[in-house]
Design a protein around this ligand. Structure first.
Ligand code: LER
Ligand code: MN
Length: 272
């Protein structure tokens, strides 16, 4: 069964970014539980930013899971990328992701590779960048397996990466990897920009999609844009997707309204 999740950012530098809650873990867990979410997705500055006992306490107290952990702070804070021309920087990027896998793993929360994939250009041809990224995903996917969680790889829209921007290209790329422990993230905002038909793309991704960012066309909460969610929900249900629909949305008009709108839409499309 598809489960609901909502994002919290603990990264000050990312203010204005697409995360619903911004005022700390305690408040995010309390409000998410009140609204009936199943889980919280955490965007943290790094692997040591959150005290594990404290997080365990919040998980137990509120009966919520940790849906996933973002790794984008590696890029936002430290300018790291898995396809950096410098081998030393790539090594640092891989280590950052491993540490994030070690942070999320005990909570059964997979790490997400979004902006950490970087982009090709300059001295870095596309094929070489895709090769370096594949090497990293193979290594990190196997690393995540020890926690029995996948590694999540996210195609982004053209303004954020020039590597893989569609689910179909993501599926081909997944097939080219030696590891089978990397799954795709279907972010409905990026897909709204890049896909010809979002529902059809989700059907093509059947079996390869491990996480969904549940968000409207304009990156506002579901219901505050013009995406038609009925065919999207049907595609996810009919293809047997049973991961999270996680609200990675801007906090507009405010965090609470974005959260309420998300859970209303989630119930309408996945629990009716
Ligand atoms: C991360 O999940 C994402 O969607 C990116 O747009 C963040 O830069
Ligand atoms: Mn996303």
């Amino acid at each position: 069964m598809i489960k609901s999740a909502i994002t919290v950012s603990l990264v000050e530098e990312a203010r204005g970014g697409p995360f619903v809650f911004w005022d700390g873990l305690e408040a995010a867990f309390a409000r998410s539980a009140e609204l009936g979410f199943d889980a919280v997705e955490i965007f943290a500055p790094g692997p040591d930013a959150v005290n594990r006992d404290e997080l365990n306490g919040l998980v137990e107290k509120h009966g919520l899971s940790v849906a996933a952990v973002g790794t984008g702070a590696g890029m936002v804070k430290h300018k790291l990328s898995l396809t950096d021309p410098s081998g030393r920087q790539r090594e640092k990027a891989r280590q950052f992701v491993k540490d994030m896998i070690d942070f999320g793993g005990p909570f059964k929360a997979p790490a997400i590779i979004g902006s950490m994939q970087g982009r090709w250009g300059g001295d870095m041809p596309r094929d070489q960048a895709l090769g370096l990224l594949a090497e990293a995903l193979n290594e990190l996917g196997e690393y995540a397996a020890k926690y029995d969680v996948p590694l999540i790889y996210e195609p982004l829209n053209r303004y954020e990466t020039n590597l893989i921007t569609t689910i179909a290209d993501g599926v081909s790329y997944m097939k080219s990897l030696s590891t089978k422990n990397v799954k795709l993230l279907a972010d409905l905002f990026h897909m709204n920009i890049e896909e010809q038909d979002v529902a059809a793309a989700l059907r093509e991704g059947a079996g390869y999609i491990g996480h969904v960012h549940f968000v409207d066309s304009n990156r506002r909460a579901t219901g505050l844009g013009h995406t038609d969610f009925a065919p999207i929900a049907a595609a996810l249900k009919e293809t047997g997707y049973d991961g999270y629909a996680s609200a990675e949305a801007v906090p507009l008009p405010d965090s609470d309204t974005a959260a309420v709108k998300t859970i209303e839409a989630f119930k309408k499309y996945f629990r009716a």
